[in-house]
Design a protein around this ligand. Structure first.
Ligand code: APR
Length: 252
């Protein structure tokens, strides 16, 4: 039996499924990943200049302009067949928990409502000083190009600068989100790990937590990222192609 059939059979009999996604699940929507050769964001930009609280303190306009550009990319993108297949799986009567490292809202726009965002979200900024999440409507300027310098707006409550509500390097994950995600990893029968390089912890520990709890881990990635353990299944190829085939097979 080939790996796709094996993975479909495992999904068919699973009751508790955890879907764990990284930037690769949104690559098919035209959103750049972080570490892919040439196309990855970190090939062109230094994350230390853009993805830390220190970077924001030193140059708020650079960091805010960068996020406005990425938010604009996300708003122009559409969920792809991988996001839609995950939503179909969620509606199949099994308990499915979607946990993502991504800061886009493509899982939500594909129909998944309860998504655990380990690294936050681009959609709603918060205040750098008092941490209030912005609830009032914000007008986001059109960003001409990556790297535009845009002074961040001010918080209505304390007049501090607004920042993207995402987890920067050196910051903690939202405690409630990590607790729910690691619990789902311990309780699932199957963890479907899609489009992640597995290099950023603690998020990257989730498949290991699932394996240690006796689950099967199915990896979907352009490259082989498995450790070839007895409870791992590796499906090599683009998620937007593999997932619709896998979910269709699993749900027949
Ligand atoms: N289908 C499946 N996998 C893909 C596809 C695709 N179409 N395109 C790329 N990939 C794979 C790459 O092979 C790689 O393993 O997706 C993975 C993307 O890895 P990264 O760019 O490192 O993204 P991710 O794993 O999500 O990064 C984790 O790092 O910078 C931080 O906060 C950021 O959440 C991010 C975290």
């Amino acid at each position: 039996m080939d790996n796709l059939a094996k993975a479909a059979e495992a999904l068919r009999s699973a009751q508790h499924i955890m879907v764990f996604t990284g930037a690769g699940v949104s690559a098919g929507s035209g959103i750049p990943t972080f570490r892919d050769e040439l196309t990855g964001l970190w090939e062109r930009q230094d994350p230390q200049r853009l993805e830390t609280a220190q970077a924001f303190r030193e140059n708020p306009a650079l960091v805010w302009g960068w996020y406005l550009w990425r938010r604009q990319q996300v708003m122009q993108a559409k969920p792809n067949a991988a996001h839609q297949a995950i939503h179909r799986l969620s509606g199949s009567g099994r308990s499915v928990t979607v946990v993502t490292q991504n800061i886009d809202d493509l899982h939500e726009r594909a129909g998944n409502q309860e998504v655990l965002h380990l690294h936050g979200s681009l959609m709603r900024p918060k205040c750098f000083a008092c941490h209030r999440f912005v609830v009032e409507p914000l007008v986001f300027p059109i960003i001409p190009a990556e790297g535009a310098l845009i002074e961040p707006p001010r918080c209505r409550r304390c007049n501090g600068r607004l920042r993207p509500a995402i987890v920067w390097f050196g910051e903690y994950l939202p405690p409630g989100v990590w607790k729910a995600a690691s619990q789902a990893a311990r309780q699932c029968d199957i963890l479907l790990s899609i489009g992640t390089s597995g290099v950023v912890r603690p998020a990257a520990d989730l498949p290991d937590i699932a394996l240690a709890s006796g689950a099967v881990v199915i990896h979907v990635n352009n490259v082989d990222v498995s450790m070839n353990g007895p409870n791992e299944i590796m499906l090599i190829g683009p998620a937007e192609k593999i997932l619709p085939q896998l979910i269709a097979l699993a749900l027949t």
